[in-house]
Design a protein. Structure first.
Length: 521
C-alpha cells in the first residue's frame, strides 16, 4: 500500500528510472505534495499514470482525480497510458473502465479514478473523500481555479496526495506560484523535483554505446524503449544550446557529455524542455531561478568593506492588502527583513528608528572600544517616496535621520539603460547578484519563509526593451495580478541595495582579495 516503487516492479512489471524511484515515494512524505519539473521524453506521463494505478489498486476506499489542460492530454495521453500499464502488467489487474476510451475507472462511489479536462471547465469541486490523490499532468497549462479547487479538497494528513508534473516553460503560470508557495507554518507547500533529460539512463547507455561502437564491442540495449535517446539530446543541444568556450562557463551552463570539457549554455527552450528548469533568458524574466539560487548559496568571501555602514530599504504600504516591508543589509550581505500590515506612517517611522538603532549598535560592536559609537541617525534609510511613503520621509527627516526618498516614477539615474527609477531599482539589484555581490544566505538560514516569499516576488515580473533599447519592468499591477499580492518585499530589498544619493556613485573595490561593493561619496 505504501510502496509505489514495489508496486511498479512487482505489479506493473517495470523497473523505474532512478529519478522516478526517488520521486514516487515522496507523495507519502510531508508535505504530501510533489511537483516535478521535467525535461522531454523522460517518462513524466508514465510516472503520473503509474501513480494513478498504484493509488487505485491499493486504496479501497480511495479516489483519484486527474486533470490536464486539454482533452487530448487527459484521454489520449495520460489515460491511454493508464490503460496500457494495466494491460501489460505482470499480474492481472481489473479493467473497470467506464467505456472503451473513457478516462474513468470505477468500482463504487468511494472507489474510483476519473480524469477531467481543465480547458473544458469540467469541475471536480465538492468531491471530498477519504484517501484522495490529485494528479495534474501538463500542469503548466492548468489554470489557477483548478489548483485552488484541489487545494480546498486536499488534506495534508498523509491520507491524501497531490502530484503535479510539467515542462516549466514560463514564470507566469499558476504552477510557478505553487512551486514557491509557503504554508502557514513557514514551510514550503510542495516538494519540488527537477528531472533533466541529460540524466536519463538511455542517455548514459547511448554515450557508452558510442564508445563501444568505436571499439567494435557489442552495443547495449536501451533500458527504457521509447524514451529520450542520446541522438535526441545531441540534436536538442544543437538547436537549443550554444557552445561556451572553456573557462567562460557559468553556474547555469552544463557539461555534455559529462567529463568531456564541452560546455553548453541553454536557451529558454533548452532550460525548460531539456534541463527541467524555468527559463532564465529569452523570456525576459528579470530574475532567473539560477541567479536566485546563487544568492542563497553560502559565500564566506562576501563581507562589507571597512568603514561601510548598514543600510535600510523600506516600501511603505499604500492601502488594504499591501504590506509595509523593510530590508536591511551591510555591504553585499542581507541582514534582516520584516513585513507588517496596517501600520500608519508614525508607527512605520518609529520602527525604522528602532532598526537604525539596532544596526548602529551592531556596527559599533565591530569597532575598537576606543572608537566613537555609530549614531543611528547616520544609518541610511531609503524609502519609496511615492504615495504614503512621503509621510514617513517627513517624520524621519524632521528628526534628523539620514533618510533618502526614492521616487520610482522619476527618470532613472542611468537613463541610457532604464526608463524609470523603478526599472533601475530592479536591475541594479540583479546586476549585483550577477556579479556575485549579493548574499541572502544568512537571512535564508534564519527566515526561510520570508526568503521563499521574496523568491516568488523576484521571479514573477517580466521585462522588455522599449524603442530606445532601455529595459522596462512590467507594471507593478501586472506583477500583483500574478502573485495575488504586491511585490512589496522585493521593492524593499531593491531599495536597500539601491544607491539613492547621486547618479553613478557605485564602484567596485578589492580589499584583501575579498569582493565588496562600496558606494563612492
Amino acid at each position: 500500500m505504501n510502496d509505489p516503487v514495489g508496486y511498479a516492479v512487482d505489479v506493473l512489471g517495470v523497473t523505474p528510472t532512478p529519478d522516478q524511484a526517488a520521486i514516487a515515494p515522496a507523495i507519502l512524505q510531508p508535505p504530501y505534495r510533489v511537483l516535478v519539473k521535467s525535461g522531454h521524453n523522460v517518462g513524466k506521463t508514465y510516472l503520473a499514470a503509474w501513480l494513478v494505478n498504484w493509488w487505485y489498486d491499493t486504496r479501497d476506499p480511495g479516489v483519484v482525480i486527474t486533470t490536464a489542460p486539454t482533452r487530448r492530454d487527459v484521454a489520449d495521453l495520460l489515460w491511454t497510458e493508464v490503460r496500457l500499464q494495466r494491460q501489460r502488467a505482470a499480474v492481472r489487474l481489473s479493467m473497470n473502465f467506464a467505456g472503451p476510451a473513457a478516462p474513468e475507472m470505477r468500482i463504487g462511489p468511494d472507489h474510483y479514478a476519473k480524469g477531467y479536462t481543465a480547458a473544458a471547465g469540467e469541475s471536480f469541486q465538492g468531491r471530498h473523500r477519504a484517501r484522495m490523490l490529485f494528479v495534474f499532468d501538463e500542469a503548466e497549462g492548468v489554470d489557477g481555479i483548478y489548483w485552488q479547487t484541489a487545494g480546498t479538497m486536499f488534506q495534508p494528513t498523509g491520507e491524501h496526495g497531490f502530484f503535479a508534473i510539467l515542462n516549466p516553460t514560463t514564470t507566469t503560470s499558476q504552477s510557478f506560484q505553487e512551486e514557491r508557495a509557503v504554508g502557514p507554518d513557514g514551510e514550503r507547500k510542495w516538494r519540488v523535483f527537477a528531472v533533466s533529460s541529460l540524466t536519463h539512463p538511455n542517455v548514459a547507455v547511448g554515450l557508452a554505446n558510442a564508445d563501444r561502437s568505436r571499439k567494435g564491442s557489442p552495443l547495449l540495449s536501451l533500458p527504457v524503449p521509447g524514451a529520450v535517446t542520446v541522438e535526441q539530446v545531441t540534436a536538442w543541444m544543437g538547436d537549443w544550446f550554444e557552445r561556451v568556450s572553456a573557462g567562460n562557463q557559468t553556474p547555469a551552463d552544463v557539461e555534455f557529455p559529462p567529463g568531456s570539457g564541452a560546455w553548453w549554455r541553454p536557451g529558454p527552450l533548452g532550460e525548460a524542455r531539456v534541463l527541467g528548469r524555468r527559463p532564465s533568458a529569452g523570456t525576459y524574466g528579470v530574475w532567473s531561478e539560477q541567479l536566485w539560487a546563487s544568492v542563497l548559496a553560502p559565500n564566506p568571501t562576501l563581507v562589507w568593506a571597512p568603514g561601510d555602514l548598514p543600510e535600510i530599504g523600506c516600501d511603505v504600504a499604500r492601502f488594504g492588502d499591501d504590506w509595509t516591508e523593510t530590508h536591511s543589509r551591510w555591504g553585499p550581505v542581507s541582514l534582516d527583513h520584516e513585513a507588517v500590515n496596517g501600520w500608519d506612517e508614525v508607527r512605520v517611522a518609529a520602527r525604522l528608528k528602532e532598526i537604525a538603532a539596532a544596526l548602529a549598535a551592531r556596527a559599533t560592536s565591530t569597532r575598537p572600544r576606543t572608537a566613537a559609537a555609530i549614531d543611528p541617525k547616520t544609518i541610511r534609510i531609503k524609502v519609496d517616496d511615492t504615495g504614503v511613503g512621503g509621510g514617513v520621509v517627513s517624520i524621519l527627516r524632521a528628526d534628523g535621520y539620514a533618510v533618502f526618498p526614492v521616487n520610482s516614477s522619476e527618470t532613472a539615474n542611468e537613463a541610457v539603460k532604464y526608463q524609470k527609477v523603478r526599472h533601475e531599482l530592479w536591475f541594479s539589484t540583479v546586476e549585483r547578484a550577477k556579479a556575485g555581490l549579493l548574499s541572502l544566505a544568512d537571512l535564508n538560514a534564519r527566515k526561510p519563509y520570508l526568503v521563499a516569499k521574496l523568491e516568488a516576488q523576484a521571479l514573477a515580473p517580466l521585462w522588455w526593451p522599449d524603442s530606445a533599447g532601455r529595459r522596462c519592468v512590467e507594471p507593478k499591477d501586472e506583477t500583483k495580478r500574478k502573485l495575488g499580492r504586491s511585490p512589496d518585499g522585493m521593492d524593499a530589498l531593491n531599495l536597500a541595495y539601491y544607491d539613492a544619493r547621486t547618479p553613478g556613485t557605485a564602484s567596485w573595490v578589492d580589499t584583501g582579495g575579498r569582493r565588496n561593493w562600496r558606494d563612492r561619496t
